[in-house]
Write a protein that binds this ligand. Structure first.
Ligand SMILES: Nc1ncnc2c1ncn2[C@@H]1O[C@H](COP(=O)(O)OP(=O)(O)O)[C@@H](O)[C@H]1O
Ligand SMILES: [Mg+2]
Length: 280
């Protein structure tokens, strides 16, 4: 069965494109056939993250009815991908809401196991098209209450329009420090399972400059370990977390329990819900 996963968020800059691209590479490392689609038509970034922009046709051409989606497939590093046009004028006249229909010819089980859709943030037409087209949604958020509020809004809209999708969440840019909300509390507040946690890791920023996903650029970095764990969870595979990563997490825990905090963070789900509703 082909699984179409939409990588979505309420807010921009939380790491959707980073997660979409690295998840694709991590799944490929497990032998999965992956097609990656840049569905962020107004601010496409995927080309910068994978380091290629030499495209004949893009998703824009497909949505405009100029070519079929198979013609817009490009192969890169063992991953098939469909770029969005980097040319702003190519967005004129596009109706992204037909995305689901256009993706259908890609769903050939002998060619693909996972179709990963990198979304625009929020609840605009582009994002709604991804919410509609995907069977599973992976919400990306950072561990702070304003971002959770955005996830909750997206979740509620989604439940309203399409109640039957699989919803999961991944926490990104996690530092394991006291100013962050704990993952168990987040799962409780948002009421969506957290299936991955990606560390805040400068290797991700370095990989962006090198135009290569961190999973390929620095496979042993903490962020890459998080992406491999996430891909393993999605494919029901075993992933042995390296000892140095487990030690790092343990040390953080000890440090947090010893050092005094200079601020007070809401800790119970009810406190956080109240915090969110007050717009703090
Ligand atoms: N785990 C991480 N550690 C450090 N920097 C990250 C991490 N994830 C993303 N970033 C950086 O954050 C910025 C926004 O990420 P991006 O994936 O473009 O977000 P979005 O697609 O949600 O707008 C980029 O500069 C990216 O390199
Ligand atoms: Mg993006």
């Amino acid at each position: 069965m082909v699984r179409t996963i939409g990588v979505v968020s309420g807010k921009g800059g939380v790491g959707k494109t980073t997660v979409a691209v690295n998840l694709a590479y991590a799944l490929r490392n497990y032998g999965q056939k992956v097609t990656l689609v840049d569905c962020n038509l107004s601010t496409p970034h995927m080309a910068y993250y994978i380091g290629t922009s030499d495209y004949k046709y893009t998703l824009n051409d497909v949505l405009l009815g100029k070519v079929d989606i198979i013609s817009a497939l490009h192969n890169f590093d063992g991953i098939r991908h469909i770029p969005a046009s980097l040319n702003l004028k190519d967005i004129i006249g596009i109706d992204p809401i037909k995305l689901k229909k256009h993706l259908k010819p890609l769903e050939v089980p002998s060619k693909v196991d996972f179709i990963i859709l990198d979304s625009a943030p929020g609840l605009g037409r582009e994002a709604l098209a991804v919410l509609d087209a995907a069977d599973e949604l992976l919400f990306v958020t950072t561990p702070f209450s304003p971002m959770l509020n955005d996830v909750i809004r997206c979740r509620d809209v989604l439940r309203e329009i399409k109640g039957d999708k699989t919803l999961n969440m991944v926490l990104n840019m996690v530092m394991g420090e006291k100013h962050e909300l704990h993952y168990k509390t987040i799962a409780d507040v948002v009421n969506i399972p957290i299936i991955g946690q990606i560390s805040y890791d400068k290797s991700v920023l370095h990989s962006l400059v090198s135009k290569s996903p961190v999973v390929a650029y620095k496979p042993k970095s903490f962020a890459s370990i998080g992406f491999m764990e996430l891909a393993a969870t999605l494919t029901n595979k075993e992933f042995k977390v390296p000892m140095r990563f487990r030690l790092h997490k343990m040390l953080n825990k000890v440090k947090n329990s010893i050092l005094p905090s200079s601020f007070s963070l809401p800790t119970s789900p009810d406190e956080i819900k109240e915090d969110i509703s007050q717009g703090n």
